[in-house]
Every structure is written in C-alpha cells, then in structure tokens.
Design a protein around this ligand. Structure first.
Ligand SMILES: NC(=O)C1=CN([C@@H]2O[C@H](COP(=O)(O)OP(=O)(O)OC[C@H]3O[C@@H](n4cnc5c(N)ncnc54)[C@H](O)[C@@H]3O)[C@@H](O)[C@H]2O)C=CC1
Ligand SMILES: Nc1nc(=O)c2c([nH]1)NC[C@@H]1CN(c3ccc(C(=O)N[C@@H](CCC(=O)O)C(=O)O)cc3)CN21
Length: 290
C-alpha cells in the first residue's frame, strides 16, 4: 500500500516532502530536526534527492531506509542516469528494491558541476524515459514519479517538444508527474491544459518551494529555470537585510499559492522543503485549518 499508485488513490490530497542528503554533521542535525517536525503532518511520502545541486549520490538509499524505519512513512528515492552505465543502474535498482524502497523518482539528472551539458557515460542512458523503461522492465511493481516542466526544461528549445518528451516518460510507465518549482500559478494552469490536451493522463502534482532566504531562492530559481514574479522580487528586495521578514513573505506567498492550487483541483502538493522545517510547518498548519 506504499506504492505511488496506491498513495494516489486516497481521497485527501497527496502531500509529499522532498529532502536532500547533507554533507556535514550540522546538515545532518538540521535534516533530522526537519524530519521530526514534518513527519508529524503525515506526508504521503518523503523523497530524497540523488546528487542534486552537487550533493552526494551515496546516501539516498540509507536516508530512505531511515525515513521508512523511523517514521513509518513511505520513502521515494530519486535516481538519475548521471555517471552510471546500464549495468550500474540495474545494480542500484536491485539494491533499492532489496532495501524495501517501493517508489523511485526517475530522472536524467543535471550535468555535473563545471560541465555545461549532460553527457551519458559509455553504456549509460541519455534520457529519463529510458530509465522509466528500465525500471518497469526490472521492477514492474515499483512506483515511478517523473519530472514535468510548466516553464519548459531549460535545455529544450521548444515547449511542445518538451511536453512530447514528458509524454514519452508517461508512455514508458510513470505513475505520476511532479513539476519543477514555480511561483506563478497561471503558468501551471496553462501547462495543465496543454498536458491534458496532449493526452497525458497520470496525476500532475505541483512542486512548491517555500522561499526562506532571498539569496538562496535566487540561486535555486536560476538552476531550475523558474520565473520569479517581479512583484514578489521587489517585496523581498525591500527587506534584503531582514531574514525574518523574508521568511514571513515566503510563507504568506506559499500558503496563498497552495490554497489556490488546491481550490483548482490539483491532486496534491509536493514540497521542496530541502531540509528546512519552519516554512513548511507553517504552510501545512495553515492548509490543515483552511
Ligand atoms: N537529482 C535530483 O534529485 C533531481 C533532479 N532534477 C532535474 O531535472 C532535470 C532533467 O531530468 P529529467 O526531467 O528527468 O530529464 P528528461 O530526460 O525528462 O529531460 C531532459 C531534457 O531532454 C529532453 N528529452 C527528454 N527525453 C528525450 C528524448 N527521448 N529525446 C530527446 N530529448 C529528450 C527534454 O525535453 C529535456 O530538455 C535535470 O535538470 C534533473 O537533474 C529534478 C528533480 C530532482
Ligand atoms: N534542475 C534541477 N535539478 C534538481 O536537482 C532539482 C530541480 N531542478 N528542481 C527541484 C529540485 C530542487 N533541488 C535542489 C535544490 C537545491 C538544493 C540545495 O539547496 N542544495 C544545497 C547544497 C548544500 C550542500 O552541498 O550540502 C544548497 O545549499 O544549495 C538541493 C536540491 C533538487 N531538484
């Protein structure tokens, strides 16, 4: 009952949380605190990134096991094609399944730091749809999430082509699509219309990143190719030296954003909590009482 297709059958929205493996002891402490706090809201799953933003690939499975054992919340392991041959990918998938992981976020992955474009290794895979096919072939019962880009993936020159590439991942057997983070709901709604018209039939779940600090969000939106509304940017710039005020603006914005999405029938919300608890805690509290 912990696989994505089962989790999606529930009547309540699919609330999920994304974290990343820290590199330092202090980072570990922050993560464990965050998990203690956010697990109380009983998210349907907690996902852990794999080599994202220059972080490590080696701790994803260990942290997923920790989540399942400590909180009895299903974990979703992110997995990418970066740096691995087909045989190495298969070995990791077998290890994940043996570790009790029942859901995988199947990604191509970003180019490693310092490199400008993604290059498959010899005997490796080039696109996420190939990874979805490989998972379906080796582990037919695995729940599979894939990434969707309301504002188009930065490398793809054409929005319709990018949508066709998303459709390939769906046709290969993905169970749900999770969007890149965005701040403009109208962009999401326009994308959802195109997604449905293109015959994409699996649940499309918006990915939301609460703003916690202006400098961090600027760096992350650049990495993700996400538009930042001018009005929001101006409001944050006005309080450049006041981190409390930035956090408050971020929380208020995210609550309103999530409420509008839920009023417009999204199947859930995936939170890019990224090891911070405070903003998500306040947002989840507000959504519960709304
Ligand atoms: N490491 C992690 O945990 C996470 C990584 N990501 C990032 O998402 C981005 C890409 O990953 P995915 O969306 O899974 O990649 P993808 O393979 O779906 O798409 C990558 C690019 O290739 C194009 N493309 C896809 N399939 C194609 C095909 N068969 N033929 C020709 N072109 C094709 C797409 O339009 C896109 O521009 C990366 O930037 C990835 O790192 C997102 C979330 C978490
Ligand atoms: N292109 C792309 N790549 C991704 O990896 C990715 C997306 N998009 N979109 C959604 C989420 C956001 N991701 C992120 C974003 C930021 C950090 C991050 O804050 N990293 C730390 C690194 C800290 C460390 O090295 O320990 C940071 O402070 O930037 C991690 C994953 C992963 N996902």
């Amino acid at each position: 009952m912990n696989r994505l297709p089962d989790l999606l059958k529930s009547d309540s929205p699919l609330i999920s949380i994304e974290i990343f493996p820290p590199k330092t002891e202090k980072g570990d402490e922050l993560l464990y605190e965050t998990l203690d706090t956010l697990s109380k809201f009983e998210p349907k799953f907690i996902s852990c990134t794999y080599g994202a933003g220059g972080t490590t690939q080696t701790r994803t499975l260990e942290l997923c096991q920790h989540i399942q054992k400590t909180y009895e919340i299903p974990a979703t392991a992110h997995f990418t094609c970066v740096g691995s041959s087909r045989d190495e990918l298969i070995a990791w998938l077998d290890k994940a399944a043996a570790a009790g992981i029942q859901n995988i976020m199947a990604l191509r992955g970003d180019a490693p730091k310092g490199e400008t474009s993604f290059k498959a290794v010899e005997g490796g895979l080039s696109y996420a749809n190939e990874l979805v096919s490989l998972i379906r072939e080796r582990h037919p019962n695995m729940g599979i999430g894939v990434a969707a880009y309301p504002e188009k993936h930065a490398e793809c020159l054409d929005a319709d082509l990018d949508l066709a590439n998303l459709k390939r991942k769906i046709d290969a057997g993905a169970d749900a699509a999770f969007t890149q983070l965005f701040f403009d709901n109208d962009l999401f709604f326009a994308f959802r219309d195109r997604y449905e018209k293109a015959g994409c039939a699996i649940p499309l779940i918006p990915g939301i990143m609460p703003i916690t600090e202006f400098s961090r969000i600027k760096r992350i939106t650049e990495m993700c190719g996400t538009a930042f509304p001018a009005e929001l940017s101006a409001r944050l710039e006005n309080v450049q030296d006041d981190s409390e005020a930035q956090l408050e603006i971020g929380i208020e914005f995210a609550i309103a954003q999530c409420q509008e999405l839920l009023e417009n029938n999204v199947p859930g919300v995936h939170f890019y909590a990224l090891n911070k608890s405070q903003a998500c805690q306040r947002i989840l509290e507000a959504l519960k009482t709304a």
